[in-house]
Each structure stands twice: as structure tokens, then as C-alpha cells.
Design a protein. Structure first.
Length: 409
């Protein structure tokens, strides 16, 4: 199965590009589904076809779905929502409000990700196209498996043990309901499912991200930041989609000034994102709505090519030895001037760049090696550890990891 994720700043035309991609993939014979993860769904408007929270046939080889949280609560989250509602009601909250408040942070994100898991296990589609929310929300979506996995690995077993003790002691005298075994089983299931999804989304042979950009300064700057953060979380960015390019044949003083400005930004895009594959679409004379308009957009983007083609499988993380040190390299094409912090603890390395944090499980060969520091080298953050056989004291024990802080520039 092929997963293509479109993301970018709000208003750049992600939905139109995603819909055009899905239509063309279906027309080429691929069993295709387009999945909208944006709470403010506009996919139905783009296709001129009404979608819902259920997978709906649109055309030959093409289905679509707009993730609906209310539908998800009634199907995927029964046990968890039931417990949260009962708990809130026991604290004096009325039943209707308790049900509304039982939507805990992350439910929408997990629902969208679990559809990818379902499609992969069922082998029901050849191509999954994801039309995502604007950049910030998409980064939260794609970081969620990693972040949730970190908390599950560290807190879940402790929570389960505390609940078992509570049931045997205070649980017999308090009125507040304690989580059932079924509730805990559902949480454990969530943990395993998130790991499965994370493996799918970070496999460059399956999943890749395409960044949609307009030739405008603010859009380019936000796209650069998104590219860096996506690499930090292990996602392969394979191409840049330059949308709404003003045709050069337009005349007049107004368009002359616009074309001169656009020319500068097109050069900036080429310099910034090279050697990424570039797909380009001109500004259409009319709003891109409906199947025919989307088909014309697909012609602009893909010509006679297959939109499901994999343009790059370069992993944003690699490990190797360099001199007397072992190196873990992370691709950070636009690190910006933000504080970079590195932490090691046993077999975990935590990388924090500004507000974004990534936890990496180190291979056994690098466990407990001393963290020596890090430096940027041509778009790669090279994190150095002691080489094999270094850093041993008495008894052959290695020194513990440490924290390192620097500016990424």
C-alpha cells in the first residue's frame, strides 16, 4: 500500500492537490481512498461530492472519507468514552456535558491514524491520499504516534498496577468508578496500534510527505520549518508541490510586478528545497471545484506520470562510525536559530528543537555510551557518541549519558 500525505500552510491548495492526486491515481487503475483529517473539512466541496464519517464510493476505484469525531466516538471509542463519561458524572457533571467532555485530547488524531492501519491490514487499497489540516495541526498528527508511545512506555504499566491496588483497597469504599479491565485492555490495544501505525508512516517504501507551497515569502518560511520538523519525527519528505504559479504570458503592469516577485520566490524555492522533486501547477482561471477542474489540475502536476510514484526513499536518520566516534545523523534541512537540546537515558536519546521533541530508541550497541555532542553538517545534525571500547572505567563499565545544549543554526 502507498500512503501520500499532503501538508502545508493554510490556503495553499492542499485539498485540491490531494483530490487531484486521488482522482488521477484511481483513473490509472489504483484502488484509491482519500482521507481528510482536517476538522474544517473542505474535501466534499472540492470534489463537489458529499462525503461523511464512513468510507463512501466516489467514482471507479475511488473512495473517500472525512473523519467525523461523533461517529468515531460511537464506534471506536465506546469503552473509553463510557468510562470517562461515568467518571465525570460521578464528579457532579450532568450526563450531556460529561459525554461531550469525554473526548480526550488526541482522539481525533488517533482515529485518523487508525484508518491508515485498517487500510493496510485489510489490503483494501493500493493508494491512500491524506488531505491534512494546516501545518501546525498536521505536525501534531504525525508526531502523535511517537509522543503517545513515549507516555505509554513509561506510564501505562505504572497506571495499571496502581489501579489494581486501588481496586483491592479504596475501591471498595469510594463511589468514584475505577477503570475496568476492559478499559485497560483497550489502552494496551491503543499502544500496540500506534506502534503499528508509526512503522507504516515512517517506512519510506510506503509513506511519503509532499509539501504544498505557493511562491510567497511567508508560505516558503513556514514550509521550511515544516520540512525540518517532519524530518525530526522520521518522515520522508519526497517532493515539493508549487501550486498557483502565475502564468508568464499574463501582461499588464500589475502582472509584471507580480511575475517579477514570483520569479524571486521561485528561485528561492529551488535553492531551498533542491534536490527534492518539484511538481508545479499554474494558477487556474477559475476556482478548482469538481471532477473536471481537478482532472485539469492533475494534468498540470503529473502530466502523463503516475501520481503514486515514489520520488525518494531517503531516510531522515542514519547511523555510522566516523573516526573514533559513533554517529547518529538526523536530517534537519532548515534548523533555524532555535535551542537544540539532547538528553540520553539508558537506551533513549531525546532530541528537542524549540518546542518539538523526538525520542529515539538507541540500538543495543550504542546503549549507555557517553554523548559527546553534536554539530550541523550540510543539513544533517550529527550526534556523536563514544566509539566502541571508549569511555570505560574500572570493571569495564561505561559512563552514563548526559545532557547537551546548543543552538541549531
Amino acid at each position: 500500500m502507498r500512503v501520500i500525505i499532503y501538508t502545508g500552510k493554510g490556503g495553499v491548495g492542499k485539498t485540491s492537490v490531494a483530490a487531484a492526486t486521488a482522482l488521477r491515481a484511481a483513473a490509472m487503475g489504483h484502488r484509491t481512498v482519500i482521507l481528510s483529517t482536517d476538522a474544517a473539512h473542505s474535501l466534499s466541496d472540492s470534489l463537489q461530492f458529499q462525503l461523511s464519517g464512513k468510507v463512501t464510493p466516489i467514482a471507479k476505484n475511488l473512495d473517500g472519507i472525512e473523519v467525523d469525531m461523533q461517529y468515531e466516538l460511537e464506534t471506536r471509542w465506546k469503552e473509553i468514552q463510557s468510562y470517562l463519561s461515568d467518571f465525570l458524572a460521578s464528579q457532579g457533571m450532568d450526563a450531556v456535558t460529561a459525554k461531550e467532555m469525554a473526548v480526550f485530547p488526541g482522539m481525533e488524531l488517533m482515529s485518523a491514524l487508525f484508518y491508515v492501519e485498517d487500510f493496510h491490514k485489510d489490503k483494501s487499497y493500493d493508494v491512500v491520499v491524506m488531505d491534512t489540516a494546516p501545518t501546525a495541526d498536521t505536525l501534531r498528527l504525525l508526531a502523535f504516534p511517537d509522543t503517545a508511545g513515549w507516555y505509554f512506555d513509561r506510564l501505562f504499566h505504572m497506571l495499571r498496577n496502581v489501579i489494581k491496588v486501588a481496586r483491592a483497597t479504596v475501591g471498595r469504599i469510594i463511589t468514584t468508578p475505577l477503570p475496568t479491565d476492559r478499559f485497560l485492555e483497550d489502552l494496551e490495544n491503543l499502544r500496540e496500534r500506534l506502534k503499528y501505525v508509526r512503522d507504516i508512516l515512517t517506512d519510506p517504501e510506503i509513506t511519503s510527505v509532499r509539501l504544498v507551497v505557493n511562491p510567497e515569502k511567508m508560505v516558503i518560511s513556514e514550509t521550511q520549518r515544516a520540512y525540518t520538523y517532519l524530518c525530526l519525527y522520521g518522515y520522508t519528505v519526497e517532493s515539493i508541490v508549487v501550486n498557483r504559479v502565475v502564468p508568464k504570458e499574463l501582461g499588464g503592469d500589475y502582472w509584471k510586478a507580480k511575475l517579477e516577485e514570483q520569479s524571486r520566490y521561485m528561485r528561492a524555492i529551488d535553492e531551498s528545497f533542491s534536490p527534492l522533486k518539484t511538481l508545479e501547477a499554474k494558477l487556474m482561471p477559475r476556482e478548482v471545484l469538481g471532477m473536471k477542474a481537478l482532472d485539469r489540475l492533475a494534468d498540470e502536476l503529473f502530466k502523463d506520470g503516475d501520481p503514486s510514484e515514489i520520488y525518494s526513499t531517503e531516510s531522515p536518520m542514519k547511523m555510522f562510525d566516523e573516526g573514533t566516534t559513533s554517529v547518529l545523523a538526523l536530517k534537519l534541512p532548515f534548523p533555524m536559530n532555535q535551542k537544540l537540546e539532547l538528553y540520553t537515558r539508558k537506551d533513549d536519546l531525546t532530541v528537542q528543537l524549540g518546542a518539538f521533541k523526538k525520542s529515539i530508541t538507541l540500538p543495543h550497541s550504542m546503549t549507555n555510551r557517553k554523548l559527546l555532542g553534536a554539530e550541523m553538517d550540510e543539513g544533517w545534525l550529527k550526534i556523536r557518541f563514544e566509539g566502541e571500547g571508549d569511555g570505560k572505567g574500572k570493571g569495564g563499565k561505561r559512563r552514563r549519558g548526559r545532557k547537551a545544549t546548543r543552538k541549531a543554526s
